[in-house]
Design a protein around this ligand. Structure first.
Ligand SMILES: Nc1ncnc2c1ncn2[C@@H]1O[C@H](COP(=O)(O)OP(=O)(O)O)[C@@H](O)[C@H]1O
Ligand SMILES: [Mg+2]
Length: 252
């Protein structure tokens, strides 16, 4: 087992609101797992809890990564263990170049060029460009993913890489993630609420109103999500704890 999110409840420390309740799901090594759900269902909050952001530390439950309890580990410890996140809203750094930004984590310029290639950006054109709003939304997302990849991740979390100002085409995203997986051996947790992205994922968990209501084969989970998103009551009144992982490889 790579990641085991076990029954976590998140109440951000600056509010008395419970934003996720008893969330449980798991990922095996080398798995691509999609966390699906509508806006506001708690997907990003789960990624923040796995990343260790202080406001999102679970009020209850555990996060186990490679057999180690990391529920309250620092962000640095988690980064060292290979947990990375490409944010939903990529950060902009006025005044520094993409090369300088990537070299915070990449070993050198050559390594930076390599990760840019993985996200389909030409290093010759991009390394010396400024990491600011002269980049399009899509370009910034790619740079953000490249920086996460440069950290040599074991678990790469991507928060809605398919959304934003300038969407990365779904087909391209899918081939990009396959390449990243092959090159780095990382497991990928992809957060999305778009059906089209799913071609990449083996398994999925469905979040609804702060809870994971089903986990299993990507296709089944996406079908369930689409029915629920269309408001078909059958699915609303029958929350499905059914978990089917037909061909899931078990790793120790
Ligand atoms: N720090 C916070 N304080 C209070 N409420 C929050 C905080 N962070 C997120 N929320 C709320 O929790 C819910 C889930 O948010 P989020 O995890 O961003 O959902 P998603 O990523 O699925 O769109 C939303 O209603 C959001 O407004
Ligand atoms: Mg989000």
């Amino acid at each position: 087992m790579l990641l085991n999110v076990d029954n976590i409840t998140i109440m951000p420390d600056d509010s008395d609101k419970t934003i996720t309740k008893n969330v449980t799901f798991s990922m095996e090594e080398e798995e691509v797992h999609a966390l699906i759900g509508p806006n506001g269902s708690g997907k990003s909050s789960i990624a923040y809890a796995i990343m260790g952001l202080k406001a999102y530390l679970p009020a209850q439950g555990k996060i186990i990564f490679k057999g180690k309890d990391i529920t309250y580990a620092s962000i640095t410890e988690r980064a060292k263990m290979g947990i990375t996140l490409a944010w939903q809203e990529p950060v902009r750094f006025e005044g520094i170049t993409i090369a300088e930004y990537l070299e915070i984590v990449a070993k050198n310029r050559e390594e930076s060029a390599k990760v840019l290639k993985l996200v389909n950006l030409d290093a010759n054109k991009y390394l010396d460009r400024k990491c600011d709003n002269t980049l399009s939304g899509g370009e910034r997302k790619r740079v953000e993913i490249a920086a996460a990849v440069a950290m040599n991740p074991k678990l790469l979390m991507l928060d809605e890489p398919d959304a934003g100002l300038d969407i990365i085409a779904y087909g391209e995203l899918s081939s990009m993630l396959k390449k990243i997986k092959e090159e780095t051996g990382a497991s990928i947790l992809i957060i999305t609420h778009r059906e089209e992205t799913g071609g990449i994922a083996d398994y999925a968990s469905l979040m609804w109103d702060g809870q994971v209501i089903a986990s299993g084969e990507f296709k089944e989970i996406m079908e369930r999500y689409c029915l629920m998103a269309r408001g078909e009551k059958k699915c609303m009144i029958e929350p499905c704890p059914k978990i089917s992982f037909k061909a899931r490889k078990q790793s120790v």
